[in-house]
Write a protein that binds this ligand. Structure first.
Ligand SMILES: O=C(O)C(=O)Cc1ccccc1
Length: 310
């Protein structure tokens, strides 16, 4: 298997910066791709061992292009996540002033993070979406746009200068990135893990979403992401992308997935992996009655009852 990781490029993306925080990248070739889709397709085709892509930010929620790629097509699995705090720089060709800027470009996920700043400083600038923030910087270098919102570190790579730095509408904005590979056994539980799934309801009925969420709630499982995405089968037709606390080898998570598998038309397991935001030591104790030991003791009791040995 090629020891390479694909990532959302070109060079100089926040994605690349987040990826380089993973220790194993020292022994991997890191290959930039023009889109999330092409990076994930490289994994599906066996050209790359894994792909590293943005999946969620704290301002706008899920990055829909990534979620939609994971929802459809040949199954993939998430193995790691990285959180990165994000502030933007306004990158321009040397000599450009604020008054010269007619067009600005960045990845669509950047727009909600700089909207207020734009309104205040460049109210008449025309927004042009780019495949990534670094690609916007590259297009500024080529003369296609006047300015790009990107990481300050991208300036040197594209011969640009930062007219402004530290741009962020929301304090502490973070973006979450994931390392995605072909399906295999998830890494062992660390004690502070997250499980990602996609759920498709069997039919449309009152309380349908509550039924799905109930499988987590009754087992004391906290949810960290719930994003509905259209299935493409018509208005009102959605699947649900869910991140839940815990690992598939935790009894309560395994039982919740068992319940969901029974009541859903389809469940896609997207992986169990260590949480980037928490140490196992910080994690609260499971709700009473939902620890592995309590699940095991209860099923032993049922087995004894079935045997008449209670
Ligand atoms: O990695 C990048 O530079 C991207 O273009 C994706 C992105 C978009 C907005 C915030 C963080 C990452």
């Amino acid at each position: 298997m090629p020891a390479s990781y694909a990532y959302l490029g070109p060079e100089g993306t926040f994605t690349e910066v987040a990826l380089r925080t993973l220790p194993e990248t020292a022994t991997r070739e890191l290959i930039p791709y023009v889109s999330v889709q092409s990076a994930l397709d490289a994994v599906r085709a066996g050209e790359a061992e894994a792909a590293f892509v943005p999946i969620e930010n704290s301002v706008e929620g899920g990055i829909t292009t990534t979620l939609d790629e994971l929802v459809a097509g040949a199954p993939l699995m998430i193995y790691r996540e990285v959180l990165l705090s994000i502030t933007f720089a306004l990158l321009v060709r040397p000599g450009t002033g604020l008054a010269d800027i007619k067009t600005v470009s960045a990845h669509p996920a950047a727009q909600p993070q700089v909207r207020n700043w734009l309104k205040r400083h460049l109210p008449d600038a025309h927004w042009e979406s780019a495949a990534s923030n670094a690609d916007a910087a590259r297009l500024v270098q080529e003369g296609q746009y006047d300015a790009a919102f990107a990481g300050e570190f991208a300036a040197a790579r594209y011969g640009l200068e930062a007219l402004e730095t530290g741009i962020h509408d929301a304090e502490n904005a973070q973006t979450r990135f994931v390392l995605v590979g072909r399906p295999a056994r998830p890494a062992a539980a660390t004690g502070a893990d997250k499980t990602s799934v996609v759920l498709w309801q069997r039919d449309d009925h009152p309380g349908g979403l509550r039924d799905l969420l109930g499988e987590f709630a009754t087992r004391g499982i906290n949810l960290m992401l719930l994003q509905s995405r259209p299935t493409g089968a018509g208005i009102g037709n959605y699947c649900f992308c869910i991140d839940a606390e815990g690992h598939i080898t935790d009894r309560r998570v395994a039982e919740a997935l068992t319940g969901l598998k029974r009541i859903c038309r389809e469940v896609r397991f997207l992986g169990s992996y260590p949480r980037a935001d928490k140490d196992p030591a910080d994690l609260r104790a499971p709700l009473p009655g939902t620890s592995d030991e309590e699940f095991m003791a209860a099923s032993d009791w049922v087995a004894r009852c079935q045997d008449g040995r209670f």
